[in-house]
Ligand binder design. Structure first.
Ligand code: ATP
Length: 452
């Protein structure tokens, strides 16, 4: 029996219990919708970022990396349109004193009657919507004065556009080519929530792909497919993913075409990643505001402003999708187990090394030396704490794909058992071949055993 649907509460509770994600500032009563990542959360995040970095940069010839600042010149955000237009419509309720996004009332709960939406009870007294800018303001320098106002970036993309000329000259690129970066972004969301799905501080993975204008439609389609395939490659089920193209009325001011890659979260189909054809909007605006020409000039004198295709996603939305997709419960024998069926290259720990008996010097020394060898190349964990069944279940809950167990037989024939998280199959391997076996296993194609 496998779990077909999982609730956000189950994900939140497992994440907390196993130390993936904690509500932030808990000892001070918490700060709404802000989270801290524990050990396994950090490992999981690192793996997601590493797989993205490999696919977007290391495995390609047409991409370079960038790491731009969080606080940019304030004019950047005037040029980008964020100062004027990066806002959501906000309504206040004079009765319950809560604030809501006017365009998301159906997704919100009334402060007095959570079974109803704001505006649905006779007591609700909503104000007219007004625009609320989502950028966090800060002050640069010791004096708070006119001209010292700056913003925490609400997206990483603008840091890429303002470096276009640097990359063109120094990395000697010509379109089509891309610039990719991973970094924190900040949005003062009116109604954050649904665990990590909508938070105020998140880590974006964005790439701007600069192309000759006449090729933009082709590359837009290419990047939708490419990003969809990345999710399938790392195990998300096809039936839980779909592409939804925005209608003209839904698109941002800069967009010539936008598609959301949506995942079937416990809250319903929602945006996991956006792929946008931004045209020449950004380079043109930064040319206008900075007076630095951002264009491509070819060796034979041809010049044009490239068009831009942008796939943008946050690590947080991927984490929620991967946790939901991986979560499973089943009864094995008489016992129930919870298991995270992560793709092996996503799982925080690749393998556990377990001496069957913790107090047995011979077993411990074999297990420790296998652990020392494997940890040089992989994220592995040594665990001698408690009954073996409990240790297996602990590893299942953090999604460790394999466990190597060292038992009495190891002392006589130098073999260990390897237990597979998904099939629960066990086989014996020579201890000397474990390292190669694990290298190969991590490289193998993997498909979730959960029904599609
Ligand atoms: P939404 O409509 O859900 O507010 P958006 O269309 O404003 O999202 P974009 O500006 O396209 O989002 O941001 C690109 C990506 O960044 C999104 O696809 C999502 O993965 C991520 N993202 C945006 N806002 C948040 C947030 N508050 N918390 C977590 N991730 C976010």
């Amino acid at each position: 029996m496998a779990v077909e649907t999982v609730s956000m509460d189950q994900i939140v509770s497992l994440s907390r219990r196993r130390g993936f994600v904690f509500p932030s500032s808990e000892i001070y009563g918490g700060l709404g919708s802000t989270y801290d990542y524990g050990h396994y959360g950090v490992l999981l995040k690192n793996n997601i970022k590493a797989r993205w970095f490999e696919a977007m940069i290391l495995e390609r010839d047409d991409m370079v990396a960038l790491d731009s600042a969080v606080i940019l010149h304030p004019r950047v955000w005037e040029a980008s349109g964020h100062v004027e237009g990066f806002s959501d419509p906000l309504v206040d309720c004079r009765t319950c004193k809560l604030r809501f996004r006017a365009d998301k009332l159906e997704d919100s709960q009334c402060g007095r009657k959570p079974s109803k939406h704001p505006g649905e009870t006779p007591e609700c007294d909503l104000t007219e919507p007004r625009q609320f800018n989502l950028m966090f303001e800060t002050t640069v320098g010791p004096v708070q004065e006119e001209g010292s106002r700056a913003y925490l970036r609400p997206e990483t993309a603008q840091g890429i556009f303002i470096n276009f000329k640097n990359v063109l000259q120094i990395a000697r690129r010509r379109p089509p080519f891309g610039i990719a970066q991973i970094g924190k972004s900040f949005r003062n969301e009116i109604t954050p929530g649904n665990f990590l799905f909508r938070v105020r501080e998140f880590e974006q993975m964005e790439m701007e792909f600069f192309v000759p204008p006449e090729e933009s439609e082709r590359w837009y389609r290419y990047w939708i497919d490419e990003r969809l395939n990345w999710y399938l490659r790392y195990g998300l089920r096809q039936s839980r993913l779909r592409v939804r193209e925005h209608g003209p009325e839904e698109r941002s001011h800069y967009s010539q075409g936008t598609s959301d890659l949506e995942y079937l979260y416990p809250i319903g189909w929602s945006e996991l990643e956006g792929v946008a054809n931004r045209g020449d909007f950004d380079l043109t605006r930064h040319t206008e505001f900075s007076t630095t020409k951002l264009e491509y000039v070819g060796p034979d004198g041809e010049r044009y402003v490239p068009h831009v295709i942008e796939p943008a996603v946050s690590v947080e939305r991927i984490i929620v999708a991967m946790l939901v997709d991986a979560y499973d419960e089943e009864v094995v024998g008489e016992r129930e187990r919870t298991v995270l069926r992560f793709h092996p290259q996503i799982a925080p720990v690749s393998a556990a090394i377990l001496p069957l008996i913790a107090k047995h010097d011979g077993l411990v020394s074999k297990a420790r030396s296998l652990y020392e060898e494997l940890r040089k190349r992989h994220s592995v964990e040594y665990d001698d704490n408690g009954a073996i069944g409990r240790r297996y279940r602990r590893q299942d809950e953090i999604g460790t794909p394999w466990a190597f167990t060292i038992d009495e037989q190891t002392l006589s024939d130098d073999t260990v058992t390897v237990r597979d998280r998904d099939s629960l199959a066990q086989e014996r391997l020579p201890i000397g071949s474990v390292r190669g076996w694990l290298d190969d296993a991590l490289e193998r194609d993997w498909k979730t055993p959960k029904a599609d």
